[in-house]
Write a protein that binds this ligand. Structure first.
Ligand SMILES: NC(=O)c1ccc[n+]([C@@H]2O[C@H](COP(=O)([O-])OP(=O)(O)OC[C@H]3O[C@@H](n4cnc5c(N)ncnc54)[C@H](OP(=O)(O)O)[C@@H]3O)[C@@H](O)[C@H]2O)c1
Length: 317
């Protein structure tokens, strides 16, 4: 089987041959057909993430593929089943069946490979912030992975979405994905435009970007507005004047889905089942990602990190 490995921080990743594992009791062998790319993968390989894995290391955290082998005692899974699961950039993986979910017929392998992290994070975040039908959500970095999931799930609960991004090309992608309003934060004043587009203030801000635009986004929140702190793709952790939280009785809500899902596997499993049911019912429509072969994994990580990518991407083994 093939695997992408990072030998040392800052070195280009490379593809290596490894022995294909055999499924044991209660396990299946999956032929991985797409591996989801996430911003954190690029960050870890560059040494920029708060947790550093031991090297050499296989980056990645989610995949989708087809069951090709079944170990003893497996029930409910058979060769040919299309599944999604957690794990790095490899062409074959063995997993216990309890760690896998089957795909609905209307979900492509590529969509599934980019689904777990971004959609679960937003599902968990919206539960924490109690997003309700009819509310208005301002999404920063809206054309990115987290941003697209934030828009899709907000629309699914009947909220209005204002997409904010750094270029017209990115905003066009957001409009095509259903955004009700759009703000270019590279050329417009975010607070002023977001307030205009929301009759005086938005109910929720989804912020995976941080940096310069964050304070403007906080000031765009209306009465009892909630600010979801999700990430710092800009590379800068914003510092806020705390009076802006007191004013209008606003709330700051920190989201660390990775830590939460690790500590609450049962609840995370329930979130994923719910999300897949929404997919099957066509209540959400995850973007079809762009594709890179394994051999171009470093290009893909660079495109992601250096802001050249629009939306999600997968690596194909
Ligand atoms: N808290 C959690 O549980 C959790 C879960 C998943 C991900 N995250 C974090 O969320 C962040 C975003 O993830 P993502 O998957 O949405 O990433 P992504 O697909 O790369 O999108 C990030 C967006 O940030 C904006 N951005 C601004 N400055 C940037 C810069 N210097 N480099 C790259 N992008 C920049 C870009 O939009 P514009 O060009 O339009 O500004 C881009 O579309 C990451 O920091 C990730 O680690 C957190």
């Amino acid at each position: 089987m093939k695997a992408v490995i990072c030998d040392a921080i800052g070195e280009p990743v490379r593809v290596v041959e490894q022995e294909t594992p055999e499924p044991g009791a209660g396990e299946v062998l999956i032929e991985v057909q797409a591996c989801g790319l996430n911003y954190v993968d690029a960050l870890i390989c560059r040494g920029g993430y708060q947790v550093q894995p031991k090297m050499p290391y296989t980056p990645g955290s989610e995949f989708a593929g087809t069951v090709v082998g079944v170990g003893p005692g497996v029930e409910g899974f058979s060769p040919g089943n299309r599944v999604l699961g957690r794990g790095g950039y490899v062409s074959h993986a063995v997993r216990p069946v309890a760690a896998l979910n089957k795909l609905p017929d209307n979900m492509s392998i590529d969509q599934a490979a980019t689904f777990i992290q971004s959609y679960s994070t937003l599902c968990y975040a919206y539960e924490r912030a109690r997003l309700a039908e009819g509310e208005t959500v301002l999404v920063l970095g809206a054309s990115g992975g987290i941003g697209r999931a934030a828009m899709d799930l907000a629309k699914a609960v009947g909220a209005r979405v204002i997409a904010a991004a750094s270029s017209e090309k990115r905003l066009d992608a957001c409009r095509a994905a259903g955004a009700d309003g759009a703000v270019n934060y590279a050329s417009e004043d975010l607070k002023t435009r977001a307030r205009e587009l929301s009759d005086g203030g938005v109910d929720l801000v989804v912020d995976p970007v941080g940096g310069d635009v964050a304070e403007s986004a906080l000031r765009a929140l209306g009465y009892l507005g909630r600010y979801l702190v999700i990430g710092f793709a800009s590379g800068t952790i914003p510092k806020f004047p705390i009076n802006q939280v007191l004013l209008r009785n606003r709330n700051m809500v920190g989201i660390d889905w990775g830590a939460w899902s690790g500590a609450h596997p049962k609840e995370q499993g329930e979130i994923l089942v719910r999300l897949l049911a929404m997919m099957e019912a066509r209540e959400i429509s995850p973007q079809e990602p762009s594709t890179y072969p394994f051999e171009r994994a470093q290009d893909a990580l660079d495109d992601l990190y250096e802001r050249r990518m629009i939306g999600k991407a997968v690596l194909i083994p």
